[in-house]
Design a protein around this ligand. Sequence first.
Ligand code: IDP
Ligand code: MG
Length: 139
Amino acid sequence: MKERTLSIVKPDGVEKGVIGDVLARFEGAGMRVAAIKMVHLSAEQAGGFYLVHKDRPFYGELVEYMSSGPVVVVVLVGDNAISAVREVMGATDPGKAAPGTIRADLADSIERNIVHGSDSPESAAYEIPYFFREIEIQE
Ligand code: IDP
Ligand code: MG
């Protein structure tokens, strides 16, 4: 089933110069980039994006990290895009991520883990319009 998902190359990914590497891995897995932009989120914007985590102990640090530098936000389209992208990303903790995944190969810690991907159709439906108007998505 053709699906949309939202992915973000996080501030550590941009800083490390792996935007191209991350996007190439998604394209190599059959995903197509349907929208893309670089933004530097304010703390308020990062907090709104991660509102689902507002009661978690790491929320404050997560908001600080996600607003610490520019990020690249993309809409990816493809067969089962949500789960396909999560598979290419690897587990949240790079120490537990499968070999060959983005996080296993490139990430430093459970927080600074290079990349975001929507985890469900419900989160994709919140996250995509958080960044893109329909007219900005080329499907
Ligand atoms: P996900 O990015 O794999 O979906 P989530 O549980 O949704 O993981 O957490 C969102 C983000 O919050 C993670 O990608 C990571 O940057 C950060 N995070 C998650 N768990 C922890 C933690 O235990 N300590 C610090 N940061 C965390
Ligand atoms: Mg998540």
